[in-house]
Design a protein. Structure first.
Length: 249
């Protein structure tokens, strides 16, 4: 498939399916490899510690940035991924776009699969909030230069299964839980979380993709609302990059 600006969004569904299939295939391969090597991480941790399962999405975003005119030398996906922070010395992102010494975009790609969702949900949300807080504080202090604000993106790929889709009880002894979280499943919690990341302008765009576990049929994926769809995420990113390059940033 030869991608152009004209056919990018008409092919977005097929491109997303390819990235999802890569995600599940890579996870399965990592777990199988560890079993062959007699290295048994607890539960699904074998795939988590193996990493790289989201490289299909990383590579897709890289190709989109190239399509919109960003030189390949400006796109970092394997090395030179650290940015200085305010509360800590630095933070390693998953993809950076740096052009003429100016940060254009920084993106985090995360995933979560079962069977354990509770603690992992808290870890994922705290990590995402902390990364954004640290970057914006550093930007405010001029650590990233006096350039226009960068575009910040957050992508979450979540397994769609009974445990992630079932209502979850949340308790608070002293004060009431916000009503949107009452009996909200982990899928719903991630939806609320991603929306609030954008509402509070911690991230310019956030994407939530839910997908049933399958190495053969990646078509069963969805996003809860259009604002969190991968196509919306890419539209926001390309708009920012296009404007930045046109203004010679």
């Amino acid at each position: 498939m030869t991608l152009t600006r004209d056919n990018l969004f008409s092919n977005m569904d097929a491109l997303t399916k390819e990235a999802i299939q890569y995600f599940w295939n890579t996870r399965a391969g990592q777990i199988d490899k560890q079993h062959q090597n007699q290295t048994h991480d607890q539960g699904n941790r074998g795939a988590v510690t193996g990493g790289k399962q989201l490289d299909g999405f990383v590579e897709l975003v890289k190709q989109v940035l190239l399509l919109y005119g960003l030189p390949e030398t400006c796109i970092h996906t394997n090395s030179s991924l650290e940015l200085p922070g305010y509360y800590r010395p630095n933070k390693k992102w998953d993809l950076l776009a740096v052009h003429n010494g100016k940060l254009l975009a920084a993106i985090e790609f995360k995933s979560q699969v079962g069977p354990s969702f509770g603690n992992n949900f808290n870890n994922r949300t705290e990590e995402a909030m902390g990364s954004a807080l640290d970057l914006w504080a550093a930007y405010r202090e001029g650590v990233l230069g006096t350039n226009p604000a960068p575009w910040l993106g957050y992508v979450m790929v979540l397994e769609d299964c009974d445990k992630s889709a079932s209502p979850v009880t949340a308790t608070s002894k002293h004060f009431p839980i916000m009503k949107e979280f009452v009996n909200a499943s982990y899928k719903k919690r991630y939806e609320i979380f991603c929306q609030k990341l954008m509402l509070e302008r911690q991230y310019t765009a956030a994407c939530l993709i839910t997908t049933q576990k399958s190495t053969e049929n990646p078509s069963n994926y969805s996003s809860p609302i259009d604002a969190l769809a991968f196509s919306s995420f890419i539209a926001s990113l390309t708009g920012h990059i296009d404007a930045a390059l046109r203004s010679n940033v």
